[in-house]
Design a protein around this ligand. Structure first.
Ligand code: C2E
Ligand code: SIN
Ligand code: SIN
Ligand code: SIN
Ligand code: FE
Ligand code: FE
Length: 410
């Protein structure tokens, strides 16, 4: 019973972790930017349906943005609107009908909705023309509303949205709806995969997964800043890396209990089977639908490679685990990836994973003292691990310890 409850808590905590993931925001940003360019709209918002309400999920406003100090982002509150005929976006979601309104302050007679002036008053912005389009999937479900505001002519005068633009923008909204739906599905699938991986290997629970993900993000950010990678790219990669790192060992679901839960040392044939968890995990993401799938594949496949080339599985085809023809060694095995041949995310998670494994109790080992763990990581810098990334690890040691404390094993 106690176990059940703890398991549930872990799943709830994972849910919280995922609430922080901004990959979805990036998708909304892309959709809105493209749609606004298409009809030359000054501003726009996206509402996403959650049950019987619409959640104001994302917005852009070029006029307000220009007034902000350089580099500052538009801050907006998220609020919800009931799906009914009383508001414009609520009506669009309710009826599934596009509304093209030349001026929201002089609504045509007979419409059931009214325009809520409070948003304009709050933001000191003047909304005039508005094109509100339902985000409809191929099955006809409305999953949100795309709202474009203040179309402009070439002289930046506000004009109504052209009727001619409606069919094209609706087609565009349909594609956007599919992308949003897919992202929502991807997220649900990832959550389920993590749950399955946990149930399979209860000794390595949500705490381990969360620690490895958080350590990885810290190491990556410090390393990437030193390498001069732009903050925007780092922010995008952090969220993708967090999810991918959580699934680094998902391939272990394919390994039998006899090996996975063996209390003692593995023999050579067992080690060989155990090592398959790298490419077996990668295989799950080989249909690369998104940046996330690509990152998850890189992490699962490469987190046991070593900087000196002595790791596994080496240069293999992730679909089959067989060596790439161009990288076969004398024994017929795959040649290990070496140095920067190992993808960045694989190198990062390698450090986070070993650090956590050494600090933790496993069926086959006791936890090590921190001093011994740190000594090992520092000794293995340049042999097992990317030395620049080990430097990033050590320069973040206070944050790392904080993460350990935040996600204790039970
Ligand atoms: P894991 O327990 O998450 O360990 C991840 C990695 O941390 C290991 O990758 C290894 O690089 C490092 N590590 C963990 N424990 C030790 C240790 O006591 N000494 C040293 N020097 N390094 C350590 P590796 O070796 O490729 O193992 C991958 C996975 O295989 C492990 O994940 C674990 O699930 C399993 N495994 C490895 N050795 C044994 C074993 O002796 N018995 C059992 N039952 N499982 C093992
Ligand atoms: C997600 O963040 O929910 C999915 C990832 C993606 O589609 O890029
Ligand atoms: C990156 O985009 O920074 C790294 C992706 C990878 O190599 O896994
Ligand atoms: C390993 O590579 O198996 C662990 C690090 C070490 O060499 O001590
Ligand atoms: Fe692993
Ligand atoms: Fe692990």
């Amino acid at each position: 019973m106690q176990d059940e409850k703890q398991k549930l808590m872990q799943i709830v905590n994972l849910g919280l972790e995922f609430a922080q993931i901004k990959d979805f925001d990036l998708l909304l940003e892309r959709i809105l930017t493209e749609a606004r360019q298409f009809v030359n709209a000054d501003a726009g918002s996206i509402y996403i349906r959650e049950g019987s309400i619409l959640k104001f999920s994302y917005c852009q406003n070029e006029t307000l943005r220009k007034k902000l100090p350089h580099g500052k982002k538009l801050i907006y509150a998220t609020f919800t609107i009931p799906i009914n005929e009383k508001s414009i976006s609520g009506y669009v979601a309710y009826t599934g009908k596009t509304q093209n309104i030349p001026n929201v302050y002089t609504l045509p007679g007979g419409v059931p909705y009214s325009f809520d002036k409070r948003y304009d008053e709050l933001s000191q912005y003047r909304t005039r023309s508005m094109l509100s389009i339902p985000l409809k999937t191929n099955r006809g479900d409305v999953i949100g509303v795309l709202q474009l505001i203040n179309a402009q002519d070439n002289n930046a005068n506000i004009i109504p949205f052209a009727i001619d633009d409606e069919p094209l923008i609706m087609h565009f909204a349909n594609n956007a709806a599919m992308a949003v739906e897919r992202a929502q599905m991807t997220r649900a699938i990832i959550l389920r995969m993590i749950k399955v991986a946990e149930l399979r290997d209860p000794k390595e629970t949500g705490a381990h997964v969360n620690r490895v993900a958080s350590y990885s993000v810290e190491i990556y950010e410090t390393w990437a800043l030193k390498k001069g990678i732009p903050q925007k790219e780092i922010d995008k990669n952090k969220d993708i890396l967090r999810m991918a790192a959580m699934l680094h060992d998902v391939g272990k679901v394919a390994i039998s209990d006899a090996i996975l839960k063996k209390p003692g040392k593995l023999d050579p044939s067992e080690i060989e089977i155990m090592r398959q968890h790298s490419f077996l995990g990668a295989k799950l993401f080989s249909d690369k639908y998104s940046d996330f799938d690509d990152a998850a594949l890189q992490v699962a496949l490469n987190h046991h490679e070593r900087w000196d080339g002595n790791g596994y599985p080496g240069h293999v085809d992730p679909l089959t685990g067989t060596p790439m023809p161009s990288h076969v060694n004398e024994k017929g095995g795959a040649i290990g990836k070496k140095g920067e041949e190992i993808p960045v995310f694989g190198r990062v998670v390698a450090i986070a994973d070993v650090y956590d494994a050494l600090c933790s109790r496993r069926v086959y080992k006791e936890p090590w003292d921190e001093s011994k763990v740190l000594e090992t990581l520092s000794k293995d810098s340049g042999s097992h691990f990317d030395p620049d990334m080990i430097d990033s690890f050590f320069s973040n040691l206070d944050v790392i310890r904080n993460i350990t404390a935040r996600y204790p094993d039970k």
